[in-house]
Design a protein around this ligand. Sequence first.
Ligand code: V4E
Length: 201
Amino acid sequence: RLRVGLVEVEQKFKVPSDLAQQVAALNGRSLGARSFRDEYWDNEAWRLCTQDCWLRRRDGAFELKRPASGGSERRRSGGETAEFQEITEEAELVAALKELGALDSAVGVGERLPPALRSAGLAPFAAFGTRRASYQLGRVQLDVDEADFGHGVMEIEVICDGSPSALALARQDIGEAAGLLGAEPLEASRGGKLETYIRRW
Ligand code: V4E
């Protein structure tokens, strides 16, 4: 299925110890820091996680991350980029949750979302805070995250349209930035904040 709209291409790395200096030396710039709190939601049957879809409430606002390609075109394993679409618009979010079988078709748009999700059996299964420092380096953004349970990770990401050429360029830009920084890729299934949180609790 063709999915239009913006796609986030991202890859996770160990946090380089001297990142701020490296970014400055490469003529990058700081985008500042912020903190946010995430809850990840799913139902008892893990209907969303098992489809590699991630319903998140960040500082109170729901968003859904789902594989941009539908999940089948590219295998995901260690040291690879991942491509996700982020849905934040409420009608689109409700439609996507219905399509994924996590929300009853009777739920209407405009119903208050948290109670509608709760009565559909969805509830938070993980919650943690993150402090994020961001940098712009050429076409890529670097997010350096420190989760409040003591886990650090750097993400290199590019937002692009989902066309094959844009995706290829994004992956290339991420690879080049990682090379310039000497950043060490993390196995995606182990290095992420949520993955680490789940393993610890
Ligand atoms: C577990 C998971 C996802 C949910 C967490 O998304 P993540 O990008 O790690 O969080 P964060 O806070 O950096 O979000 P941002 O602010 O950048 O939107 S999304 C994908 N997974 C699993 C997963 C996967 N399917 N494939 C790969 C390569 N990595 C992780």
